[in-house]
Design a protein around this ligand. Sequence first.
Ligand code: SF4
Ligand code: SF4
Length: 111
Amino acid sequence: MTKMKTKSKKSSRSDEAKRHENQCKQCGKCCRIKVERFDGTVVALEEHCTFLDTKTKKCVIYKQRRQLKQQVLGRKCLTIWECMAQGLLPNDCGYVKNHPEYKCVVDVWDD
Ligand code: SF4
Ligand code: SF4
């Protein structure tokens, strides 16, 4: 009985994760390097995180991204929720489309 409960909890968590992942259009914009200029404007550079495959726009260390990015680059890979809270996702990101209150802080996307 307990086992079944644990299993169904696990599968509903992975269903939720899948549902969230399906909202991603794989544009790679969340993995672009963002900098703040002296005048306060925020720019998303053309440059991406080292671990982004620029052809597929997929993270090559996806499953271990939280640990590995920190270990190798000394910077953590933000969760999608941290990116959202900081306004770092583009307004057309699949994750924010159902959040009308969301406001992107990036002024310029350097393409
Ligand atoms: S910005 Fe949004 S849609 Fe684009 S890759 Fe990141 S999570 Fe996916
Ligand atoms: S480690 Fe994080 S920021 Fe870097 S490519 Fe993977 S998901 Fe994007």
